[in-house]
Design a protein around this ligand. Structure first.
Ligand code: MN
Length: 234
């Protein structure tokens, strides 16, 4: 008797052999995939613990990817191969049936893909033009942290705090609910911190401000500097 896994394997092999262009298997092949973490699960210890990183990446981020693929496969398979940044940026112009899935699960996929890169071990410090922009906008790096933490802590429920290119000052801080991303409002994102409880609860419990304090130690300001240079290039 075949096990469930063997039955699945032989069914998949049979369907793959019969696959015709545009059939489900071809669509799945160009669906979104979970990117690997750019470091080990325990690399950000003690600021972010390995268990949180493992669940956050392998379960939460994977679920956003899976649910996005599922929704698009069902209702807009031509969008499966598109750029996730463009999809999230312009989700309001997509077919109504997939707008919520792209906003929530597409947003989740994009936000986390960036989030992993916005952290590093060891964390880095802002330099040169970026440091000048921080000082012009917030007085000092500590001034930035104070304002950013205030935004992050005051985000009611789940969401994100973001550093974006500013309008009247070089930089600005905004916050969004759920998996919304400021690029949908036309803002250039430089840094984002996930303040969903799944990002910190195992280690920091209800103390979101403590998580923020530790998170600055692993902020990847080199990555932010690249984004800032690209966003402000004349
Ligand atoms: Mn998250």
């Amino acid at each position: 008797m075949l096990t469930r896994r063997e039955v699945f394997r032989s069914a998949a092999a049979g369907a793959a052999a019969l696959a015709i262009p545009g059939f489900t298997f071809a669509q799945e092949a160009k669906g979104f995939t979970l990117p690997k973490l750019p470091y080990a699960y325990d690399a950000l210890e003690p600021s972010i613990d390995a268990e949180t990183m493992t669940i956050h990446h392998d379960k939460h981020h994977q679920a956003y990817v899976d649910n996005l693929n599922k929704a698009l496969t069902a209702d807009a398979p031509d969008l499966l191969g598109k750029d996730i940044v463009e999809l999230v940026q312009g989700y309001k112009k997509l077919p109504e049936k997939v707008q919520t899935a792209v906003r929530n699960n597409g947003g989740g996929h994009l936000n986390h893909t960036w989030f992993w890169q916005m952290m590093a071990k060891p964390g880095t410090a802002p330099k040169l033009d970026l440091l000048k922009a921080i000082e012009a906008s917030f007085g000092t790096l500590d001034g930035f942290k104070k304002d950013f933490s205030a935004a992050a802590v005051s985000q009611f429920g789940s969401g994100w705090a973001w550093l974006v290119v500013g309008k009247d000052k070089p930089l600005a801080i905004v916050k969004t609910a759920n998996q919304d991303n400021p690029i949908t409002d036309g803002q250039a994102v430089l840094l984002g911190c996930d303040v969903w409880e799944h990002a910190y609860y195992l280690k920091y419990k209800n103390l979101r401000a403590k998580y923020l304090e530790a998170w600055y130690n692993v902020a990847n300001w080199d990555f932010v500097a690249d984004l800032f240079a690209k966003a402000t290039k004349k």
